[in-house]
Every structure is written in C-alpha cells, then in structure tokens.
Design a protein around this ligand. Sequence first.
Ligand SMILES: [Fe+2]
Length: 292
Amino acid sequence: MIQDGDAVFGKKYGKTAKYTDSDGKRRKIMIYTELIPSQRLPESFDGMRVLHLSDLHAKQFGKDNTALVRLCRRLSPDIICFTGDIFSRNETLEAVSAKLPFMKSLCDIAPTYYIRGNHENDADSIAEAFEEGMRKIGVNVLRNEMTAFTRNGESITICGIELPRSCYRRENGSYRDLTPASINMMKELIGDAPEGYTLLLAHTPLPFGEYAEWGADLTLSGHVHGGIIRLFGTGLLSPERRFFPRYTKGVYSIKTDRAQHLMEVSAGLGKFRINNPPSVTVCILARRNDND
Ligand SMILES: [Fe+2]
C-alpha cells in the first residue's frame, strides 16, 4: 500500500553507463527508468519518454558535455526537461554561455524544457542573458509559465514553477525560517492548474504536498543532489543544511481527492557527492491505474 510521501519505485534499477571525461578518464553515470502511471493520462501519451536532467552546475561530461549529449540521444526521449541549476551561482557569463551548444544539442534530440533553480535566481543577470540565448536556439524556458504539448489531437500541459529566493535562503544567508511554498503562492505565480494531465517542473521537491494539492499529476524536481552523501539508500544532507531530507531520489506519491500524484526526484549531475553517482532519469508515462 502506498502511503503519502512514500518512495514508491525506489531507484533500485539504475543502469551504469560509462563515459570518457575531459581528462580522458572513464567515469560512470547512472540511468534510471521509472514507470509513471496515471489514469488521467491521454491515450496518445501512453509510453511517452520524458528525459529528466537536473543540477549540472559547473560539471562537464566530456568537453562541452558531448558525452552527456551522446547518452541523451541514446535514450530516445520524446521530450527533455531540465529542472534547474544548470550553472552554479559563481560561474562567469562566459562559462555559462559556453553551455548553449549543449542545450542546442538537446533541442536537436527532442523538444527541451527548462526552468530555473536557486542558483540561477542568485545570478539573475547571467541567468537572463543565458535564457535569452536559450530561447533563440529553441529551448522552452518556463518561468512561471505553462505550455501545451500536443499529440494526435490530445494534449497535456507542461508547467514550470519558479519559487522566490526566500523559499531557498534568506537575504542574510540563513537557511532558517524560509518562506514556505503554499498553494496560494503557486496560484499567484502561475495561476490555477490546468484541467487535464499536468507535468510540473519544480526545482525543489520540498513542497510536494503543495504541488499535488495545486494539481500536478507528475512533478519533476532536483535540487537535493540525492542527499549529497548516500548511505544504505538514504540521502544524508539537503542544500538547506538539513539532515535526512524527506525527498532525495526516486519516485514519491501522494493521493488527493483528485488523483494519485507522483514526483520524480533526480539526484542530478554535478556538485560534490559521495556514494551517489551523477544520474539521469527516463520517466515513461503510462495510461493506467497505479494499482494495476
Ligand atoms: Fe538547487
């Protein structure tokens, strides 16, 4: 029986892929495949492959991420979603702009959607310049925006929420008394949830309950880097310096009156990590009851 907030599929079945890094060494990256069932999914979307990438930060997989692009192509996604922190707040505009060819390569594979994380929000002018470049090459930049994705006359809605900086860190640098995300805050930022199947891109997984109540059928999140250090399948730390964060990696579920809501949390690609290799996830949407 699935309990509220439980990890339901657990990321047990990752496959290891090897790539050659820019220093010539062979390193590993994990590929996870998650089945995401919903009886609300339109029939045309049954089997749709959503590739989820997050938290690249300053890391490169091969020069200019060419190894990561190769991997993404091999996974044959129908869409690609990047859920924030594509750069770190201390990177220069030059370094950040150098990631545009990587994003263009993703767009050449499949329609690509991007939202900001807290690092982009901490470097607003660099983020704006980068986003302008991304829009020109065809990335769907969703800053509290939603857009329809249509197949065979049926559609789902892809939404990108951008929570304010105070939800991540206070102006004085403290992680205490952060602004809690609320459904009202979400409605003010992005409006009411659409009627039909809704894919929400949200950098932080912490307000999963609010995302579900708002009406997201599937939420894709990152931010927590799998808990940075993983021991016995548990993530130890959050970016907010909290021990044992609730959502770190895998698929979680909450049931409301409306539906079963799922959230896939990526452990991400970059930053310091122990026993917690970089990873990407392919979410395969399935039209069925979660108890099937
Ligand atoms: Fe983050």
